[in-house]
Write a protein that binds this ligand. Structure first.
Ligand code: KIV
Ligand code: ZN
Length: 558
């Protein structure tokens, strides 16, 4: 890197001078018109472009999501692209309310072939572009502003001259112009060239044209793009005959922000792709913008209820993958590893359950309800060595119905955490249950239960218990009495001189995940020398589950 970057790079040169800027004090209240450019801009960016059947599968998924404007390709660029248009039209794959959009440069041969590819379609958008920034004018075309404008005007005229070939057959046509590299272009020149195209196409409020203002390469902060959009909306002539459209890329990682601010600045329409596939760092991720609106209670008019299925189609057709931390869609998005996050999520979900899910969504760390987009609560909490007792308790409860008392969680949490730390990876609910079983339920040394019997007289319970002790399983027995079976059992231990402890905590519940109507008992004991331990026992008989829990705690003490 440069010691002094200012010698090589300079601040952005073409920010408009915007007075009385309005966009910062606005809020978004409705969804824009959406246009998917997955099959064109997204496809152009693939090392191996989609074949016809992949394009068709993705097209059908886009229709199902609810896109009404879909840029299906660049039909003059290759036979595959041309053939795809013909397939869509001839086999009637496009519903009547879906506009098939096609991209074309301002060149006669390309325009000719593009129009040919659209014959017989119901609704089409012909999207013409030419590049307008100073660098493009100088380096790529070696042409003056007027010469570049002449290219756009000539292209617009060539399209206009051919429209009758489509309209004669009943095709409805909308026209779109993009001054490509708009965000690097002087706004005055972008206005001049756009108005020159408008002069040819003559849009009206009843028959609008789309003016797409691309952030072809992000070169400035999103507020600058918003200023450019607001400047255009305020200064371009016949604004009410235009659909102002945004097309942001993501070079500075602010494609979503630029689009959202551009919408505030007055745009009507947004172009982008699923999960942001596109040249270099990608196009705008439409899923994110749509779900950002959704999380503010605005109907995005796109259906991502089954985002998992959409990801499958996307990955199959493009060969791209959705990164694990992709907003809304990534595998880890509705997952919390950190203990404090897990605890807060667990409490937030419990509060929601309590009020019957009626209040507005307000669960810590979760921007939306994962089930709204086909994800599961079980996915929400996962456990690794960073997790606390909350995550461990959540998985045991949600997957196996084991409702550890709070204080028990404080004991088992660090035990599980140590074990997970040694494994050095994430663990599943089943693995946690196995750890719990090993630590508490299956702990049968040194004390193992044999027969346990009770009788009661005048409110006093007497017990006799046969026990096995140590590795040799030496038989031991005890008798005791108390105001209940457990008190009698504890008393028996003390009377026999085996152990001196008291029960400080007790709870039990049926195991809902168990088929054999088992119950689980949790017991905390405190020894005469002040040590506390939890134990747990499972049995179809609740009294025996409790006796096992006492032995489990005692075995963990010795
Ligand atoms: O990024 C871009 O500028 C484009 C245009 C063709 C709209 O894709
Ligand atoms: Zn683009």
């Amino acid at each position: 890197m440069q010691n002094d970057p200012s010698k090589k790079y300079q601040p952005f040169q073409h920010a408009p001078k915007l007075t009385d800027r309005q966009w910062p004090s606005r809020t978004l209240t409705q969804a824009p018109r959406w246009a998917s450019v997955d099959l064109r801009d997204g496809n152009q960016a693939l090392a191996v472009p989609m074949n016809i059947s992949q394009k068709l599968e993705l097209f059908q998924a886009l229709v199902k999501i609810g896109f009404k404007e879909i840029e299906v390709g660049f039909p003059s660029a290759s036979n595959t692209e041309f053939a795809f248009n013909r397939l869509l039209i001839e086999k009637g794959h496009a519903p009547d309310d879906v506009w098939l959009q096609v991209l074309v440069q301002a060149r006669e041969d390309l325009i000719e072939r593009t129009v040919e590819s659209l014959i017989g379609a119901k609704k089409v958008i012909i999207h013409m572009y030419n590049s307008t920034s100073p660098a493009q004018r100088r380096v790529v075309f070696g042409k003056s502003k007027d010469e570049i404008k002449a290219i756009a005007v000539k292209g617009a005229q060539m399209i206009k001259d051919r429209l009758h070939r489509l309209t004669a057959g009943g095709t409805e046509v909308m026209l779109q112009y993009s001054p490509e590299s708009f965000s690097m272009t002087e706004v005055e020149y972008a206005k001049e060239i756009s108005e020159a195209v408008m002069d040819v196409w003559q849009p009206t409020p009843q028959r609008k044209m789309i003016l797409n203002l691309p952030d072809t390469v992000e070169v400035a902060m999103p507020n600058v793009y918003a200023d450019q959009i607001e400047w255009m909306c305020k200064n371009i002539k016949n604004r009410d005959s235009l659909i102002i459209s945004l097309h942001t890329h993501n070079d500075r990682s602010t494609g979503v922000a630029a689009t959202e601010l551009g919408m505030l600045a007055g745009a009507d329409r947004v172009e982008g792709t699923l999960f942001g596939n596109g040249e270099r760092t990608g196009n705008l991720d439409i899923v994110t913008v749509a779900l950002n609106l959704y999380m503010h209670g605005i109907d995005p008019k796109l259906d991502f209820s089954n985002l998992g299925a959409i990801i499958d189609v996307y990955e199959r057709s493009t060969g791209m993958t959705v990164p694990p931390r992709q907003p809304y869609a990534g595998e880890l998005v509705f997952t919390a590893f950190s203990g404090s996050h897990q605890d807060a999520i667990k409490k937030g979900l419990a509060e929601r359950d309590q009020n019957g899910g009626k209040a507005h969504w307000d669960v810590p760390y979760l921007t939306i309800d994962p089930t709204d987009i086909g994800r599961k609560y079980q996915e929400v909490i996962r456990v690794n060595s960073q997790s606390g007792k909350g995550g461990v308790a959540y998985l045991l409860e949600s997957e196996f119905g084991i409702e550890l008392p709070k204080d028990f969680q404080r004991e088992f949490g660090p035990i599980a955490n140590d074990a997970v730390d040694k494994l050095g990876r994430e663990v599943s609910g089943a693995e946690l249950k196995a750890m719990f079983w090993k630590e508490y339920i299956e702990r049968e040394t040194p004390w193992k239960r044999g027969v346990f019997e009770t009788s009661s007289k005048n409110g006093i319970v007497n017990c006799t218990a046969a026990l096995f002790y140590g590795a040799q399983q030496v038989q031991r027995s005890l008798t005791g009495s108390g105001n209940g079976p457990l008190a009698a059992f504890v008393n028996g231990f003390k009377t026999a001189g085996y152990a001196d402890f008291e029960i400080t905590n007790y709870s039990e519940h049926a195991l809902s995940s168990s088929e054999s109507a088992e119950a689980i008992a949790y017991i905390q004991i405190k020894s005469a020398d002040g040590q506390s331990r939890w134990g747990a026992g499972v049995d179809t008989n609740i009294e025996l589950a409790s006796v096992k829990a006492v032995l489990s705690a005692l075995n963990r003490l010795t």
